[in-house]
Design a protein around this ligand. Structure first.
Ligand code: GLU
Length: 297
């Protein structure tokens, strides 16, 4: 039903859009449009040391060159510190967030299970700082789950990947809400902002799927609704590696219409859509939209 769907694309301005990020942008736009919904853009610039000056505006220009224009004002997370502080205070007041004095080294040496490259937080400061100065703030995952009667295993259904589950406490541990350097953590900012923007459907890259259970626990803790999630296929580089700015994925060249169409066609292919036969980004989007809408029926 028109108006009931709000989607978003939430790039971090740590560089320009690359082939992988355009897949998420295009997929979220097509999903919103095919359901008569709105599509918003949020610049996730909380991790200021990693942000590249000017990348936010350059990303917005790249999106516009592809015909992907947001339906509402763009939001910058760097301007929303007060809102994140209120959310943290709410959790502190409930006894669900606590200060942590551990360094990365402390956590690595205390831990027994490693998940990806990140260490599982062993809960060292849950009962008190033990004389260490406070560095970060963490969510007491088990306290939230027990108080709200939630299962230790968080279940959710991804619209593409199907049923998913994670035991956040065992597989991740009490995760960070505010970092030791004072910056807001992605998990807190994304949950607060998805709710503030009324996002009903999150469509983003599959590399982020692993964050979803944490975000659902946090949504429960803050009394916020959970959107539906769809994680898009990853675009792999020529050596099978994940494309990301960290491993040097090239910024998309979108300086003329043929270059834009080439980039859009590559993104569409990753989504299983046929190559466009038109000569403008707008027409290509409408062609794929027609295809997407007929598939949905
Ligand atoms: N800012 C994140 C990124 O650029 C995306 C976060 C999200 O979509 O939830 O990878």
């Amino acid at each position: 039903m028109p108006g009931d769907y709000s989607g978003r694309f939430a790039p971090s301005p740590t560089g320009l859009l690359h082939a992988g990020s355009l897949v998420a942008a295009l997929a979220s736009w097509l999903d919103a449009r095919s359901r008569g919904g709105r599509w918003l853009v949020r610049i996730e610039d909380v991790d200021t040391p990693r942000c590249v000056p000017g990348a936010d505006q350059a990303i917005l220009q790249q999106l516009a060159a592809c015909g992907l224009v947001p339906d509402g004002p763009v939001v910058w997370q760097s301007q929303r510190g007060d809102v994140y502080a209120d959310a943290l205070q709410t959790l502190v007041n409930k006894g669900w967030a606590y200060p942590c004095g551990c360094s990365r080294k402390d956590i690595e040496s205390a831990q027994t299970v490693a998940r990806h490259s990140a260490a599982v937080y062993p809960g060292t400061c849950r009962e008190g700082l033990g004389g260490k100065p406070a560095r970060a703030w963490r969510l007491n995952v088990r306290a939230v789950q027990e108080a709200l009667g939630l299962s230790a295993i968080t279940h959710w259904t991804d619209r593409r990947l199907g049923p998913q589950q994670q035991n956040v406490n065992e597989e991740v541990g009490d995760f960070v809400l505010r970092r030791a350097d004072g910056l807001w953590a992605y998990q807190l900012a994304v949950v607060v902002d998805d709710a503030a923007q009324g996002i009903t459907h999150v469509v983003r890259g599959q590399d982020l799927a692993d964050n979803t259970a944490r975000q659902i626990v946090l949504q429960h803790a803050l009394g916020l609704p959970s959107p539906q999630y769809l994680h898009t296929p990853l675009v792999l580089g020529s050596h099978g590696e994940k494309l990301s700015k960290q491993n040097g994925a090239l910024a998309l060249e979108l300086h003329n219409p043929p270059a834009v169409l080439k980039a859009l066609n590559t993104a569409a292919q990753a989504l299983g859509l046929p190559p466009t036969t038109t000569h403008s980004a707008e027409h290509a989007l409408h062609q794929w939209l027609a295809q997407q809408t007929s598939q949905d029926c």
